[in-house]
Each structure stands twice: as structure tokens, then as C-alpha cells.
Design a protein around this ligand. Structure first.
Ligand code: GLC
Length: 621
């Protein structure tokens, strides 16, 4: 276990970096000059050296994180304002378009980095993305099951392997900061971010969260690692239905609970994240008992930084500062910074952000010490990441984005995540049985639906938005040359057909964040009709539910002879057929309690309600 990162260790690592820099100072310009993308060299060589030279404006610039779309047409602003960080919001690829290849992302990153190195002190950028189930913005990247499916595996080792691959694919695009893992503890399945969590109890979340952070960061931060983000601090998954913000019904809402419950359910994953040496923590949009986390000094400074000893960077969420109470942006940003937020994900009006910080410091409403603490944390991180010495993409990783061996691990994770809820003698199937198979449902051949939200675009999409294998494509591969006849009816299940075995694949269409808040959790009428058609026209039928959370399936469960919770599998649909045909055993166990009625929400282990399936349920075959 990586111990907590003590400030002295921070300094020693930065100091060591500085010493090596000083020693190599004569060489550095040559090294930079020799770099494939020659650029100005940094003109400060340790955190304290940079701080001593920085103006207040430059310090405010370092605390400013901007969506790259806002400087794409004016990259000189990065140096002019000394902007410390860029990000790509979901879908903000090269040129402002969704998608883009790893090569195009790496070229984009390097161009922004060269712009940053032209600033007065040449302090490099740190660039963040949401690679929350693989490097999901990049076409051709390996897309893994979303966290709820990984929660069904209960396997920290697998999560560590997945995140090490994600690290490598992120590094292949130059990016050095991943706004992942969500160590949220989703308690109400109606929440649109339920699938971003590993499960409904802290014991599971903290184990997989720790493994996730270590997979991304390795034992020590450096050029071969990616800074992780434990998010969203804190109790983002404990909000009350109907209290949502930004027009959502529960997302960004109010977590109404005692401190005892907050500490028991929602804080443990952050204790684990600090033990895992998480480089950053992201503040939650949500509130605790009516006070926004972005202005919560007790929880951010006293608890996270004080009691838990977090020495890294607290970053705001996307425009989260603007949700803070206040009559002006300056008042809002002051409250956030004074509460302990170190970097502001503005993400657009960087001038306003910098001016506000400078004016509040000059007015004595933000102390110089607080600013220096924030900038020190940011610079320490950049030195630890070796960004000063090696600011550009290591292209040795770029060709491996989406590599077959990466996809094999994703396929294994898909198989391990499948939870068998019902099986009346149907599974496993055998391709050699000569039985005819009919496949239908809206998700059977739809890669976009199979991946869910945060896939190429923020909200996800439909169809072949990237490279992968749909369930239908996997089934054809499985049965090729076996004499088993497979027929695809898609959503047109009203047509005339019959068969020995019917396979239905349906569930939720993609969504992200509050857009997924859902007060019903019902299957669509079309889904139910297609499932009923397939089961009526075949001898036995199997239902595979592709969703980011439990849905109300009491009727459908009676209709199907076998029922599988497939979660949001990602690009490797063959993991689904691997368990259907017995190449892999069903081993998944529910990471959440499965309600029999939406009226039971929130429903969780130990709350005395009678669910359809308890957390931990899962049949073997
Ligand atoms: C979003 C999400 C957060 C994400 C950030 C950057 O609104 O709340 O999880 O990391 O913005 O995309």
C-alpha cells in the first residue's frame, strides 16, 4: 500500500527533480531542443523556485483550468495568461470534434504544451480528460465495462489491470490527468450516475477505488503514469430525490444525512483514495444538508486535507464554482478557494476567473498563503509527474491504443461482470447443438448502446461510433462453421419467425449525469413487446439487460427462461457470448440491491426492505 504522501516527501521528490534538473540544466535546453517538438524550456526548476518568481496573476493562471475548445483558436492565451491546465470535456476531441484518433489527440496535446512552454516561466500544462471506462473519448480505444459492471466482478486485481491499460492508452495521447475513478457510493438507483459507481456499499467501493487509483498512478507518479482523481467529494451518491440542481431531479442534489452516516457510507472511499496516494480529488456539485461542497470548508479543508491528510490538488467540477452562493463570480470563487478548492475548472471564461482571484487577493479576502498553498500543490503535482523534464507525448504508447491484448482484458472483464439472475436449464448454450437461434432487441447489434454514456461523446450515442464487437457480431463469430443457424430480427420482432432459442438484448439507451435521472426505471414498451415476441416465437428464450443500473423487470423475468444483467459492457461484446456458451462461467454478483418496485428506492443492503434480488446475488452455471 502506498503510504500517504507527506509534504516532505512531496518536497523531496520535487527537490530531487530540481536537483536532477539543476545538474542537467546545461543539458536541458539541448534535450528540449533535441526533443522531436522543440520548444522553450521551463525557467524555474522547483516548486519553490517557481513560486518565488511568479506574479499573483501567474499564480491565478496556474489555478485556472480551461476546456480546450475555449483556447483552440487562440493558443497564445495559454502563455499570455499562464493557464495551468486544460481539459477535454466529454466529446471535446481534436479540432473541437467528438472522437479523433490517438495520433490526433497526441498532436493536439503537444501543440497545447508547446504553447504553454512559451509562457514567461515556461511552466508546462497538465491536461485532464474523463477516461472513465477506458480512454472513451478516443476512436479506436479499448472501452471497458462501466464501473457498476466492474463492481459485479468484486476483483481489485482485474480493476488494477484495466486501469493500467487505461493509463497506457491515455499516455499514448499525451494526456496526463484522468478524472477517474468515481468513488461515489450510489444509494438511489434513480440517479443517472449510478453506473459510474462500483456499488452501493463503501466496503466494495474503497477496495476497487484503491485498485483503480494504483492502476493509473502506479507506485509513484511520473512520466509513465497518469494522475488519478477520486470524485466527487463527497456523498454525491447520497442525494435525495427531488433535490437535484441544474434542472436534474437528483443529480447535483442535496445529501440530507447526519455526519455519522456521511462518515460511515461516503467518506471511507476517500480515506482509501488518500492511502492510494490519489493525486487529485474533485469536489462534488452536490450539497450536504443544504451547503454546496464547492464551498464546504469543513469537509474540504478540515476533513479531507486535515483529518485525512490529503496533500494533492482539489479541483472544482465543471463550472461548479458558479453554483456557490454569491452576488458575483468573485465572491463565489473566493468562497471556493477559501473552502480549499485549489484548481478551478472554469471551464470557459479564464480571464474572469483570473481577474476574480487577483482582485479578491488584493482586497484581502483570499490570503496570499491560501493562493501559495494551492499553487504549491499544483506545481508539486507537475514536478512529480515529470512534466517539466518531459512535457510531450511519449509516442511509444500511441500505437498500442486499442491493441488486441488490451481488448482481451476488456473481454475478460465483460464476461466476469455478467450476473445471471435466472436460468431454468437453458444456459450454457452449445454452438454444436444444431439448435436454431433467433436474436433481437434494440441493443443486440448496437455498439453505442452497448457502451453507454461517456463514449466518444459525453452522452454516448448509437451505432458504430468506434471500433468494437457487438453482441450480434460476437454471436456470429461464436457459431460460424458450427451448423447452428442464427437469424437476426433486430427490433422487427412482429415478423414471422420461429426458432429453438431466442436471445433478446435491450435495456437503456446511453445517458450521462443528470440526463439519466429516471423516476421509473421501467423498460420501454417496445423493449417489453420485443422480448415477449421473441419468447413467444421460440422454444426457450434468454434476456440480456444492457443498463447502467437495476430496472423494474418483474414481468420480463417471468417471461424469459434465463435472464442476465449485462450492465454496460463496452466495446468487447464477445465477453457476453463467452458466458452464454460456457467458455467462461457466470461469476458476477450484484453490486447493488435490485428493487422489485421503483417505490422501494432508495433501496440498499440492510435497510429492511424485500428486494427482487439482494446485493451479492448471482447464479453460477
Ligand atoms: C462533469 C462531471 C465530472 C467530469 C467533469 C469534466 O460535469 O461532473 O465527473 O469529470 O465534468 O468533464
Amino acid at each position: 500500500m502506498a503510504g500517504p504522501r507527506a509534504k516532505s516527501a512531496h518536497r523531496s521528490r520535487s527537490f530531487a527533480a530540481a536537483c536532477s534538473l539543476a545538474a542537467g540544466a546545461l543539458l536541458l535546453p539541448l534535450m528540449v531542443a533535441a526533443a522531436p517538438t522543440a520548444a522553450a524550456a521551463p525557467r524555474c526548476d522547483s516548486t519553490e523556485d517557481c513560486l518565488a518568481q511568479m506574479t499573483l496573476e501567474e499564480k491565478a493562471g496556474q489555478m485556472t483550468q480551461v476546456n480546450h475548445l475555449n483556447v483552440m483558436e487562440n493558443k497564445d492565451a495559454i502563455a499570455e495568461y499562464g493557464i495551468g491546465s486544460l481539459l477535454s470535456g466529454g466529446g471535446a476531441g481534436p479540432g473541437g470534434e467528438a472522437g479523433g484518433t490517438a495520433e490526433e489527440w497526441a498532436d493536439m496535446y503537444d501543440e497545447y504544451q508547446r504553447a504553454a512552454l512559451r509562457s514567461r516561466l515556461g511552466i508546462p500544462l497538465i491536461y485532464g480528460v474523463d477516461a472513465v471506462h477506458g480512454h472513451n473519448n478516443v476512436v479506436g480505444a479499448t472501452i471497458f465495462p462501466h464501473n457498476i459492471g466492474l463492481g459485479a466482478t468484486r476483483d481489485p486485481g482485474l480493476v488494477h489491470r484495466i486501469q493500467k491499460i487505461t493509463r497506457e492508452e491515455v499516455l499514448g495521447t499525451g494526456i496526463d490527468w484522468n478524472f477517474s475513478p468515481a468513488v461515489t457510493v450510489p444509494r438511489d438507483d434513480r440517479w443517472g450516475r449510478t453506473y459510474e459507481g462500483f456499488g452501493e456499499v463503501p466496503q466494495l467501493v474503497k477496495r476497487l477505488g484503491y485498485a483503480s487509483i494504483q492502476g493509473l498512478q502506479g507506485r509513484d507518479l511520473g512520466h509513465e503514469t497518469v494522475a488519478a482523481t477520486a470524485k466527487h467529494y463527497v456523498a454525491d451518491g447520497g442525494t435525495t430525490w427531488g433535490t437535484g440542481d441544474s434542472g436534474y431531479r437528483i443529480d447535483q442534489g442535496d445529501a440530507r444525512m447526519s455526519e455519522k452516516e456521511l462518515r460511515k457510507i461516503h467518506l471511507p472511499p476517500y480515506r482509501a483514495a488518500v492511502r492510494a496516494d490519489a493525486a487529485t480529488v474533485m469536489a462534488s456539485f452536490s450539497s450536504w444538508n443544504g451547503l454546496k461542497m464547492h464551498q464546504h470548508e469543513y469537509l474540504v479543508t478540515d476533513v479531507l486535507k486535515g483529518e485525512l491528510g490529503f496533500e494533492g490538488v482539489v479541483v472544482s467540477d465543471w463550472g461548479g464554482v458558479r453554483q456557490v452562493e454569491g452576488d458575483s463570480y468573485a465572491e463565489k470563487v473566493r468562497k471556493s478557494i477559501n473552502a480549499g478548492v485549489d484548481m478551478i475548472m472554469v471551464p470557459d471564461d479564464y480571464e474572469q476567473n483570473i481577474e476574480a482571484i487577483v482582485s479578491e487577493v488584493r482586497a484581502g479576502r483570499i490570503s496570499q498563503e491560501r493562493i501559495d498553498d494551492a499553487v504549491r500543490r499544483i506545481l508539486d503535482l507537475k514536478f512529480e509527474m515529470e512534466l517539466f523534464e518531459k512535457p510531450f507525448t511519449d509516442r511509444s504508447y500511441t500505437d498500442d491504443v486499442g491493441a488486441p491484448e488490451h481488448r482481451e482484458v476488456a473481454r475478460e472483464a465483460v464476461a466476469r461482470s455478467q450476473v445471471l439472475l435466472k436460468n431454468e436449464g437453458v444456459l450454457p448454450l452449445s454452438a454444436d447443438s444444431g439448435k436454431d437461434i433467433v436474436v433481437g432487441g434494440k441493443t443486440a447489434d448496437n455498439l453505442g448502446y452497448q457502451m453507454g454514456g461517456w463514449s466518444i461523446t459525453w452522452q454516448g450515442g448509437s451505432g458504430d461510433t468506434t471500433e468494437g464487437t457487438t453482441f450480434w457480431e460476437a454471436l456470429q463469430e461464436e457459431t460460424e462453421g458450427t451448423g447452428t443457424d442464427v437469424r437476426f430480427v433486430g427490433t422487427d420482432t412482429g415478423q414471422d419467425f420461429s426458432g429453438d432459442i431466442g436471445l433478446w438484448v435491450g435495456g437503456e439507451t446511453p445517458y450521462a449525469e443528470g440526463f439519466g435521472d429516471d423516476g421509473d426505471l421501467q423498460l420501454s414498451r417496445a423493449d417489453t413487446e420485443q422480448l415477449n415476441d421473441i419468447c413467444a416465437k421460440t422454444d426457450v428464450c434468454v434476456a440480456m439487460l444492457v443498463s447502467g443500473r437495476p430496472m423494474i423487470i418483474d414481468e420480463e423475468l417471468k417471461t424469459a427462461d434465463a435472464f442476465v444483467a449485462s450492465w454496460l459492457p463496452g466495446t468487447e461484446g464477445a465477453g457476453m457470448t463467452d458466458v452464454l456458451f460456457g467458455h467462461e462461467p457466470f461469476r458476477g454478483r450484484l453490486p447493488v440491491t435490485w428493487p422489485s418496485s421503483v417505490d422501494q428506492e432508495p433501496i440498499n443492503r440492510g435497510d429492511g426492505q424485500k428486494p427482487l434480488f439482494r446485493m451479492g446475488y448471482g447464479l453460477r452455471n
